[in-house]
Design a protein around this ligand. Sequence first.
Ligand code: SF4
Ligand code: SF4
Length: 87
Amino acid sequence: MIQTNHKIEFDSSRCIGCQICYKACFVDVIRWDEENKKPIFKYVEDCEHCNYCEVKCPKECIKVIPDYASQSFRQTFNRYSKYYKGV
Ligand code: SF4
Ligand code: SF4
């Protein structure tokens, strides 16, 4: 498993329980708390930082903070290292 330190800040006090973020997330990082009518953020290390949840939230409750130093970014770029000429 790739270790990342991605973070998602969530201001629950402004959340209106519309479920847009829950429906937007394609990797199941955002689960739904039926009892409290709020999103739950699980396995945040798997977030693909598409920012869809943040952009679509009508109350600006969500802030996605990618870990740019994580192995996942290095791994992505390593795939293309044979083309890297050095700049
Ligand atoms: S940024 Fe994208 S992948 Fe990450 S939690 Fe939001 S919708 Fe899901
Ligand atoms: S999109 Fe925003 S307001 Fe709607 S449930 Fe998610 S966090 Fe709450």
